[in-house]
Design a binder for this molecule. Structure first.
Ligand SMILES: [Ca+2]
Ligand SMILES: [Ca+2]
Ligand SMILES: [Ca+2]
Ligand SMILES: [Ca+2]
Length: 512
């Protein structure tokens, strides 16, 4: 007899055990099913059978982007609606429609779970876990703006680049909208704030302080605290993934990512942010590869959004102390250094269990960082504090991303990341390592790298990448002798072949 039935004899009298071919229950959920009473209500996330949302959405660029987004929503709505009678019959509470992933979050009794697993449209069911808000660690006073100098942000500001035209989103404890250093740069309107918990539906709010502190590092303008934000010309929007009690069910985080893909709910308007800062992680599950949010990250990246993750603060345990989702294959992970460029003792170290590659990818200042803090409803509109942790390191990189995006609006996320990695200042053991990753972020050097990349696509040398350059590339593409020692102009990445990669490069900089 099925183990579940041995435990819950009464429930099994009316329902047969799960059969082969039924939906897959996650290990965690199976453990709950095996131990909980049949009448206990369990929050779960149900994956519906259908086309993979990512495959329907890859390379989702305008003008097709709106159409694809609509299709994604429509497909999910259809498959989800087919389960509505089931929810009613079993008294289940639907808590979130996760159309982006073709999933639905519900709360239902253990005995109904078994019946749900046998529904043909259900592919998998897993427990809806809960994440706790990061702890704020206050730091000691330090030299003014040392951290901004260390990533060379002021050099880009001096050139007039401050992240103008760029929108950065925060997935955090919320943001205090009354702080003088960024109050005027909330994008505003009905599509710039999302509280999936519904506690503060109308206006940004932060009870904890963490989200207000990370936002300050990303884009606060120079005020009474000096220059403290990396992209002081950028605008912000935010998702309050943690409720006021500091708890974030996974389904609410999925809702947050989903909202970022289409904040105003109209697939035909392009109102996504350019950069999303993620200073959170599954901190109680160190050195585990948890892919709960991997599909969200992939989908947002496919929509041209850059995502930055804090590496974690579990480094006191030594190597192999990464957390998810920072250690997921598509996440850009940022560790922490102090004002002497030494890695913070608690900054999480690689290797990462999800991939054999470098972890973290980058490091940025994360000790004694001066930033904005809670205003308590505007009573202290210039509140500042010194804080520490990789949360703030990630915020530096989100700000750096915003600066680069402001200068190079058409370049791909992959190219922006490449620029940051390839130009980072190598620290610790020579080459990429498990403490510093590729090294310390240098946004000015990354800017130079991208300028160089753009110049390399201007084959006629007239300062533009246009049809004339495309014609040269097409000519070289058709030639058969661009390999070996023969140099062809069209081989933009100097790998001795003229292929799709060269076309992609040229397309990124194309300006007819
Ligand atoms: Ca929209
Ligand atoms: Ca190194
Ligand atoms: Ca040209
Ligand atoms: Ca090439």
């Amino acid at each position: 007899m099925h183990r579940w039935c041995l435990t819950y004899v009464v429930a099994c009298a009316v329902a047969a055990p799960v059969q082969a071919g039924d939906a897959v229950l996650s290990v965690e959920l199976q453990a709950v099913v095996d131990t909980a009473s049949a009448n206990i209500e369990v929050p779960v996330i149900v994956t519906l059978r259908g086309r993979s949302p990512l495959s329907s959405f890859t390379d989702a660029r305008l003008p097709l982007r709106g159409v694809r987004l609509s299709a994604l929503k429509r497909n999910a709505a259809d498959s989800e609606a087919s389960l509505d009678p089931f929810w009613r019959r079993h008294g289940a509470r639907k808590t979130a429609s996760l159309w982006m992933l073709d999933e639905v979050a519900v709360s239902l009794r253990v005995d109904a779970l078994q019946r749900l697993a046998r529904r043909p449209q259900v592919q998998a069911i897993r427990l809806d876990g809960v994440l706790s808000a990061p702890q704020v660690r206050y730091g000691l006073p330090a030299a003014p703006s040392w951290n901004m100098e260390m990533i060379s942000a002021p050099t880009l500001w001096a050139l007039g680049y401050t992240g103008q035209g760029v929108v950065v989103a925060s997935m955090d404890t919320g943001v205090d909208p009354d702080h003088n250093d960024f109050a005027l740069r909330w994008r505003g309107g009905g599509n710039s704030w999302f509280d999936p918990h519904g506690q503060h539906p109308l206006r940004p709010f932060d009870k904890n302080g963490h989200g207000t502190q990370t936002m300050g590092v990303i884009l606060a303008q120079a005020g009474s605290g000096g220059a403290i934000g990396a992209a002081p010309g950028a605008q912000w929007i935010a998702v309050k993934i943690f409720n006021d009690a500091g708890q974030a069910p996974f389904s609410r985080i999925h809702e947050g990512f989903q909202w970022l893909l289409d904040p105003d709910g109209d697939p035909n308007t392009y109102d996504t942010p350019h950069v999303v800062n993620n200073s959170w992680g599954l901190t109680d599950r160190v050195n585990e590869c948890i892919l709960e949010f991997a599909p969200d990250i992939q989908l947002l990246r496919a929509a041209g959004i850059a995502l930055v993750f804090a590496a974690g603060n579990a480094g006191i345990g030594g190597p192999a102390t990464s957390v998810s989702p920072a250690n997921n294959p598509s996440a850009l992970a940022v560790g922490s250094v102090d004002d002497g460029k030494a890695v913070s003792p608690d900054s999480s170290r690689g290797p990462a269990p999800c991939h054999g590659n470098v972890f973290p990818h980058l490091t940025a200042p994360g000790e004694s960082i001066l930033t904005t803090d809670l205003t308590f409803g505007g009573i202290f509109p210039d509140a500042h504090d010194y804080v520490s942790g990789s949360s703030y390191s990630a915020a530096h990189v989100s700000g750096a991303m915003a600066l680069l995006r402001g200068v190079f609006p058409t370049v791909s996320v992959r190219r922006l990341e490449e620029a940051l990695l390839q130009t980072a200042e190598d620290l610790g053991p020579a080459g990429p390592d498990y403490s510093y990753g590729y090294g310390l972020v240098d946004v000015m050097a990354a800017y130079g790298y991208l300028l160089q990349s753009r110049q390399s696509t201007d084959l006629t040398g007239d300062g533009r990448t246009d049809l004339a350059d495309m014609t040269i590339l097409a000519g070289d593409w058709l030639r058969s002798d661009c390999g070996g020692g023969d140099s062809c102009l069209g081989d933009l990445n100097a790998d001795t072949t003229v292929d799709l990669e060269d076309w992609v490069r040229l397309a990124e900089w194309f300006a007819p």
